[in-house]
Design a protein around this ligand. Structure first.
Ligand code: NAP
Ligand code: ZN
Ligand code: ZN
Length: 353
């Protein structure tokens, strides 16, 4: 066992605070790494505040991890000490069910083990995530970081935000000639704009924030629509092939469904605390539209996404924080006041705290 330092929530209404816990000694298939950077996902906040009512406390969030390998087990083939490595949202799954066999471990029939808040297979303790100094993970769930070393902090958010938007775009075959809507310009949304653009689509960003209009264009959107303005929304009616909805709060889906063409699909990746009040069924029936959901992405596809982003020079737009600033960062994230992902610099973790 090794002693780990991190930040944890001890209850739904307690601010995150320094926390000391133990990590396992690396087994034959394990990779141990020092965490360099960890992105701050809205799911971390939903979990720390028990908004999905499944949080095991104490909870150490963080599933957008980039680190440097410090030890490997005797059977590890893909990593050696000194390598850069990434860990996303999963650290284990059953490996035998049809979903695992298909490389879609996120849909494991027996439930994948989350990087945090995930009971381990075979029972036992809670998992603790990346708001911490090091982590030990089976190499099957560790990613290779193929970006250069100069902007590693900005690579970390790809491990959740990047794959969560890439996976549905791959599944619904987003590409050239298609018009793609992205709803919400937050951590996921800004990655969706960049990736949809790199895939060759015409990108329409829907934002509630007039102040994000210019950024939307800079990030790659061909059009920016202020979703609170009914006239601007009406002008998009029937224009889009695919919409990725990343909004973290309950909202009316109908105005976005109206923007879909016949046979268009809107995929929900935002996971709000409270249900959406819609859709109106007629909005689906009249043009054979689809609403679907999508959860992160499998390990092989996460590697594919990292390699795609490295090839296209895609990273996240980030604002770096020290671990002790995490509670303030959550408050700002709730206000949509982050451009566009907070990343925690673990070198600044105060282990004496
Ligand atoms: P985020 O950075 O907070 O971004 C969410 C964006 O949604 C905001 O920037 C804002 O964009 C928009 N928004 C927020 N409140 C809104 C409201 N009341 N009405 C309309 N728009 C609103 O969050 P994130 O990290 O990107 O995560 C987004 C959601 O995806 C969260 O619920 C998270 O848990 C979930 N998630 C799901 C998966 C998955 O596998 N499905 C993976 C990761 C995260 P504008 O200012 O542009 O309007
Ligand atoms: Zn996440
Ligand atoms: Zn499985």
């Amino acid at each position: 066992m090794s002693q780990a330092h991190g930040y944890a929530a001890t209850s739904a209404d307690a601010p995150l605070a320094p926390f000391v816990f133990e990590r396992r000694t690396p087994g034959p298939h394990d990779v141990q790494m020092d965490i360099l950077y960890c992105g701050i996902c809205h799911s971390d906040l939903h979990t720390a505040r028990n908004e999905w009512q499944n949080t095991i406390f104490p909870s150490v969030p963080g599933h957008e991890i980039v680190g440097r390998v410090t030890a490997v087990g005797s059977e590890v083939k893909g990593f050696k000490v000194g390598d850069l490595a990434g860990v996303g949202c999963m650290v284990d799954s059953c490996r035998t069910c049809p979903s695992c066999a298909a490389g879609e471990e996120q849909y494991c029939d027996n439930g994948f083990t989350g990087t945090y808040n995930g009971p381990l297979f075979g029972g036992g303790e809670n998992t603790y995530g990346g708001y911490s100094d090091h982590v030990v993970v089976d190499e099957r769930y560790v990613l290779r970081v193929t970006h250069g070393t100069d902007n590693l902090a900005a690579v970390a958010p790809l491990l959740c935000a990047g794959i969560t938007v890439y996976s549905p775009m791959a599944h619904w075959q987003v590409g050239p000639g298609q018009s793609v809507g992205v709803v919400g310009l937050g951590g996921l949304g800004h990655m969706a704009v960049k990736i949809a653009k790199a895939l060759g689509a015409h990108v329409v960003l829907f934002t509630t924030s007039e102040s994000k209009r210019e950024d939307g264009k800079r990030l790659g959107a061909d059009e920016v629509v202020i979703s609170k303005d009914p006239e601007q929304m009406a002008a998009q009616a029937g224009k889009l092939d695919f919409i990725l909805n990343t909004v973290a709060a309950s909202h009316n889906l109908d105005p976005f469904l109206n923007a879909l063409k016949r046979d268009g699909a809107m995929v929900l990746v935002g996971a709000p605390e409270h249900p959406h009040p819609t859709p109106t069924v007629f909005n689906l029936i009249m043009r054979r539209r689809t609403i679907a959901g999508s959860l992160i992405g499998g390990i092989a596809q996460t590697q594919e996404m990292l390699d795609f982003c490295a090839k296209h020079g895609i990273v996240s737009d980030i604002e770096m924080i020290e671990p002790r600033q995490i509670n303030e960062a959550y408050e700002r994230m709730l206000k949509g006041d982050v451009k566009y992902r907070f990343v925690m610099d673990l070198a600044k973790l105060d282990k004496a705290a």
